[in-house]
Design a protein around this ligand. Structure first.
Ligand code: F3S
Length: 412
């Protein structure tokens, strides 16, 4: 790799031990992927801030880094932790577990990170713009930044993300290079799918596209309108069932004004047509139960926007969750504060819904609840919670989820 004088100084430890370690990790990564150089980044986003992911090893690593005087040199935000910092007792988190997560938080704050504790840092405090290079992890945030904003980041691994924040650079390979952002698989929606595309079809299509594309770049043709939240849901799903880090939607996303733009003038490697029966089959397959009592309804994956919060308030109006069913809504602290200012938080709490911030249903220990069934509108939750929470999971539209919470059951 071509390195600048300053980068060589960093590698020799002339900028401190923490920067030396970060530079070495990033140069090793770059050499493994034949990067020609390091590229400056506008921001970093870190996943190894959750005790569930980082564990005692994380506390050990961050203690050493903090003792070595580590400080991030670009804005560096944090993914969800493993506790709701204000309400962990309500969510039945074991006290010793909460104490360890709090220790991780203290160490990370010494390193100078911005304690956002959200997987949607792009709503505020870490808002990239088109063409900027980033050093992000968190698959749902990476795919959003690349696809919807047109910023450039690979899916960094835990700890490599913090190294990026410490050095302010990442190796220039993969999605940092224009030629690697070319679409590879064309996904055409059949007319009966395209003409009737509903809000809940975004996560279902994302789930299917992730399975089809795996780590390739899919290009979707047939969606003509989408909100930020719908694109967020689509991307998070495709990044769960596959390793999609960038997608294009013709006419909607910034690097896909038309087919020629998305494929950079080349032909797709494959063309796949998605029919209505495949959408229905995918949706059915996303659920591991289809009727019966519901223990938990979980919304806000990825973390809810203020517009989604408004929608939950409207859908709940005058109704309450069934006494045997929990309704939990995950969001970042910033969105919660805005929801409080707008009266939405009070409305949710008055209805009996529980707002979870700083973490999510997938990231915190829920053994004490003995949940057996979960209903969600998130494809990412349907993919992970059968393993992480140990529940049977049912996917439904947001309206169906709120109805399930009120009835306490689905089906029949
Ligand atoms: Fe975010 Fe948790 Fe979903 S980290 S993307 S709410 S699984």
């Amino acid at each position: 790799m071509r390195l600048t004088d300053k980068e060589r100084q960093a590698l020799r430890g002339e900028k401190g031990e923490a920067v030396r370690i970060a530079a070495q990790v990033l140069v090793n990564l770059g050499e493994a992927y034949d990067a020609d150089s390091l590229v400056p980044i506008a921001s970093a986003h870190v996943v190894a801030c959750s005790y569930q992911i980082a564990g005692e090893a994380g506390i050990d690593i961050y203690t050493r880094l903090a003792e070595a005087g580590a400080r991030v040199c670009v804005p560096t935000t944090l993914d969800p932790s493993s506790i709701d910092f204000d309400r962990w007792r309500f969510f039945r988190t074991p006290p010793d577990y909460a104490e360890r997560q709090n220790r991780l938080a203290e160490l990370l704050e010494q390193i100078g990170v911005i304690p956002t504790w959200t997987c949607t840092p792009y709503y505020s405090l870490n808002v990239p713009h088109y063409g900027q290079h980033l050093g992000w992890s968190e698959s749902s945030a990476v795919v959003f930044a690349n696809s919807v904003i047109g910023a450039r980041t690979n899916r960094l691994a835990a700890y490599v993300d913090l190294c990026a924040g410490l050095l302010g650079k990442v190796p220039r390979f993969g999605l940092h290079l224009t030629e690697n952002r070319r679409g590879q698989i064309l996904i055409e929606l059949a007319p009966e799918v395209a003409d009737n595309f509903r809000d809940e079809d975004f996560p279902v299509l994302g789930y299917l596209v992730g399975e089809i594309a795996q780590d390739k770049i899919p290009v979707i043709q047939g969606i003509t309108e989408a909100s930020f939240d719908q694109l967020k849901a689509f991307g998070a799903a495709s990044a769960s069932t596959g390793a999609v880090a960038l997608y294009h939607i013709i006419g909607l996303t910034p690097e896909a004004r038309d087919l020629d733009d998305a494929f950079q003038g080349e032909a797709p490697e494959r063309i796949v047509r998605v029919r209505a029966d495949e959408m229905a089959e995918t949706r059915a397959r996303m659920s591991t139960f289809h009727s019966g009592e519901v223990d938990l309804v979980a919304l806000g994956c990825p973390h809810a926007s203020i517009d989604q919060v408004r929608r939950y308030v409207d859908l709940l109006a005058g109704r309450r969750p069934h006494p045997e069913t929990q309704l939990w809504i995950c969001m970042g602290d910033n969105v919660k504060k805005t929801a409080a200012q707008m009266g939405y938080l009070e409305a949710l709490e008055a209805s009996g819904a529980q707002v979870m911030t700083g973490t999510c249903v997938n990231d915190c220990p829920l053994n004490a609840w003995n949940f057996r069934t979960l209903v969600t509108d998130s494809a990412k939750f349907t993919y992970y919670t059968p393993t992480t929470v140990g529940v049977n999971c049912h996917f439904g539209s947001t309206e169906e989820c709120i109805d399930a919470a009120v009835r306490g059951s689905i089906g029949n």
